[in-house]
Design a protein around this ligand. Sequence first.
Ligand code: SF4
Length: 412
Amino acid sequence: MQAENSSTGRGEPPSGNSMQALKKFTSAGRGYWHDVSEKDWNDWRWQLKHRITTVEQLQKFLPTLTPEELAGAKLANTKLALAITPYFFNLIDPADEHCPIRQQVIPRIEESHTAPWEMSDPVGEDSHSPVPGLVHRYPDRVLFLVTDRCAAYCRYCTRSRLVSNATGYDFHPEFDKQIAYIAAHPEIRDVLLSGGDPLLLSDDKLENLLSRLRAIPHVEFLRIGSRIPTFLPQRITPELCAMLKKFHPLFMSIHSNHPRELTTEVRDAMGRLADAGIPLGNQSVLLKHVNDDTDVMKAHVQKLLMCRVKPYYIYQCDLISGSAHLRVSVRKGLEIMEKLRGHTTGYAVPQYVIDAPGGGGKVPINPEYVLSHNADRVVIRNFEGKIFEYPEAADGTPLSKPPRNIEEPELV
Ligand code: SF4
């Protein structure tokens, strides 16, 4: 049970930044919705219907709204819509202006400031779309944008041009053309359903879509990218999981940025998906005041494993218009990666990437572990900074001298 906050009358969100506090699983609680029946609260459609979508609701539920947030909220529906599920809203700490949950979903006036290098389509998806809503950037796979709606809206969304002012279509209007394109291209062996959020489709519609894709012989592998498990874990019903397991191999990439998002509700939802045989990966975006901290990121990746989710990617925040206030330096990202690799379980270490501006695709960004490399040897350092030499013998040529331990790298 959460404690009541006497000043707001709502339940307290989980708080604290010690590693122990960050890794603790707690429920999001009921907060303002303590009178709602258990049945309604756990009904994903009830959650969607009762989302916070207006300035007035925001002022009522979050009396500590700052002037920057209020101004941002007033502009939100002209740019990227405001919507937050009651469940996710309960994770916000009203006393903390920099609350990591708050930063992700409460609009700010800074969103209206566009830096010269920012874009509405920062990773060039539109220029790689042979059919509207289908992105064919890589040789053997496509990104299938099946809907333009989300359960809640992330303030740094790369696809805000698509999900802003969503028309609320269930399937993309070009749905038949999208399926026809995939069917006509035998090189496509992997289809990633995204959007918007594919899990907003009803079970029947999603089943219809997955059946159409599975009927295409060259489609080997299906993936769903979804933020629903963290915005709306109530959507991960046993019925949904039973339906999804008919379409294996089917993987799911969830989206979570901070350990506080990993509640008991999310852990249980992930358990249902994992029990249905769905391999789970997580994608995070590196964000200021959210996860630009080594301890926070380490707690997050370790907690993901406890939810049976493999940390998959950390994205450098795309150059989306109005996102400068959330962006963190690549230097900081590398520093975090340096403190993860070797310092925690290998399975917990995601790949840090920059989605190259303009459509270059994902580029892995790693701290430097290879210090020098020539025909005879490679000089490497480990996570503790110790330096080692490994004999290079890829072509089978004997080494002219045996490898030795060295103190300092020799430049070649
Ligand atoms: S859930 Fe995904 S598509 Fe929707 S707003 Fe967030 S990042 Fe964008």
